[in-house]
Design a protein around this ligand. Structure first.
Ligand SMILES: Nc1nc2c(c(=O)[nH]1)N[C@H]1C(S)=C(S)[C@@H](COP(=O)(O)OP(=O)(O)OC[C@H]3O[C@@H](n4cnc5c(N)ncnc54)[C@H](O)[C@@H]3O)O[C@H]1N2
Ligand code: MOO
Ligand SMILES: [Mg+2]
Length: 439
């Protein structure tokens, strides 16, 4: 018989419990071509100045500015072109008074030169078989020179460990010669859906059956979190087969997410599976909606997430609880969902005995953020997940919220947050009337 008596834990305590069990996933070296979106396990410090030498930002002529001191429309000056260099070439001659080196963008400024004049601003001619230029204006010392170190100086800390690698960071890696880089390992996350009613995506509907959407949804969420997914064939609600499949999956995964079978029904076998495994169940009831039956357990050095079978509850469980385990284990500085504040665009009249996470659409308007509940607010809803880009967080013990209320919002987009739960995000409104908390 399933365990029917459960004590709901406040969300903050549930997240806290999880955080105190997280171990780092370890470090590995990966190639610069394979490091996108990975989390840096080392600080990136400039190992030389950028640019490493003074260079020309234009196609033009490297000159001595002093030569142009008296140049004007009425008194043009003439310089002899002694050499031509492109980027990657270094001049062999020094620029002496009366001479110039034709220089292309990116080439090192030749010795003797202290300025560059653009091609368009000179007149070129050949005189007596010699290439010459005529300049009709003065050029200041240091004009049009990109100086060594003006971008970055040797020794500057550019990116801290714990940062997600972006294309810009890849440019930094390449600039400083990192063909491999230390990153945090990605945990292998197994996903195994349970339910006799489940069909695979390629199967036709049959009476009483539905297609398994949770596994594919969770896989997409987990990949977006940067972990590796191992998708298992869904299983029927049969204790022996579930126990065997879960035990086997735990051999090859760091985290095993199951969906469904975690509540108190006759065919909800996950609680018994945890028992037989001897897993340490951190909690099996949370004071939240949806996803109140979300169960998290640790077994040896593995994690078991028993997410609800209801699609929206499953989605919320993954964002709230799986996300920080994956990301904190990679030492990401901000492993939780991003936190925002917004104004509610319409009444939300439902009472909230538990903290409620309402799927919603957050949009920025001129005078701040506005948030609108998305679609059917039932934990079984799948359609409300289409538009939703955030969850409104409504504290437990309230009877409903009026349009215009300031509410806290969390979103899986954005930079993440360090710890969204230790201060109330939430939400002031004259509309709140508190109710007795129900368990
Ligand atoms: N007497 C009680 N009944 C229920 C309680 C309770 O406290 N007492 N809790 C309810 C809540 S809240 C939720 S949420 C669900 C959770 O149920 P389970 O996690 O045990 O999930 P199942 O029973 O297997 O399925 C629930 C629902 O979701 C559908 N489902 C399951 N797997 C998938 C999938 N992979 N893809 C799409 N849809 C899936 C399933 O067909 C059911 O409709 O329990 C309530 N009951
Ligand atoms: O766990 Mo249920 O999703 O609270 O409805
Ligand atoms: Mg059930």
């Amino acid at each position: 018989m399933p365990i029917t008596k459960r004590t709901p834990l406040p969300v903050a305590e549930a997240v806290n419990k999880i955080m105190s069990h997280i171990q780092p996933w370890g470090i590995e070296k990966v190639s610069i071509t394979e490091c996108d979106h990975r989390i840096l396990a080392e600080d990136l410090t400039a190992t030389h100045d950028v640019p490493p030498f003074n260079r020309s930002p234009y196609d033009g002529f490297a000159i001595r500015s002093d030569d142009t001191k008296h140049a004007s429309l009425d008194h043009p000056i003439t310089l002899n072109v002694v050499e031509t260099i492109g980027a990657g070439q270094v001049a062999t001659l020094e620029v002496k008074s009366g001479t110039t080196v034709r220089i292309m963008t990116g080439a090192q400024i030749p010795d003797g030169a202290d300025a560059v004049i653009m091609l368009e601003l000179v007149k070129e001619l050949v005189n007596d078989n010699k290439n010459q230029i005529i300049i009709k204006r003065t050029v200041q010392k240091d004009e049009n020179i990109s100086f060594q170190g003006e971008d970055t100086q040797n020794g500057t800390l550019l990116v801290k460990a714990g940062t997600k690698i972006t294309p810009g960071i890849v440019a930094i890696l390449a600039t400083f010669g990192y063909h491999t880089v230390s990153v945090y390992k990605r945990p292998v996350v197994g996903i195994l859906s349970t339910g006799t009613e489940l069909l695979d995506v390629n199967e036709e509907l049959k009476p009483g059956k539905i297609r398994n959407s949770n596994a594919y949804m969770c896989a997409a969420q987990v990949r977006a979190m940067g972990a590796e997914v191992k998708l298992y064939q869904h299983r029927e609600d049969n204790f022996d087969s579930l126990y065997k499949s879960i035990k086997a999956a735990l051999q090859e995964t760091d985290i095993l997410i199951t969906t469904g079978g975690v509540s108190v029904g006759d065919y909800d076998f996950l609680p018994e599976v945890y028992k037989k495994l001897g897993a340490d169940v951190l909690f099996n009831k949370i004071a939240m909606r949806p996803g109140s039956v979300t169960t998290v357990a640790v077994y040896e050095d593995k994690w078991l997430f028993g997410l609800s079978g209801n699609p929206s509850a499953c989605f919320v469980g993954a964002e709230l609880f799986v996300r920080p385990v994956i990301l904190k284990g990679m030492n990401l500085l901000k492993p939780h969902c991003t936190v925002r504040n917004a104004k509610l665009s319409s009444d939300f009249p439902k009472p909230n005995p538990f903290t409620r996470f309402v799927r919603a659409v957050l949009s920025e308007v001129d005078d701040g953020n506005v948030v609108t509940p998305a679609g059917l607010d039932k934990s079984s809803s799948v359609s409300s997940l289409v538009e939703a880009n955030c969850l409104i967080v409504l504290p437990g013990g309230t009877r409903g919220w009026e349009k215009g209320s300031e509410v806290g919002v969390i979103t899986w987009h954005g930079e993440g947050s360090e710890w969204p739960w230790d201060h109330p995000l939430f939400s002031k409104s004259s509309a709140i009337r508190t109710v007795e908390k129900q368990h």
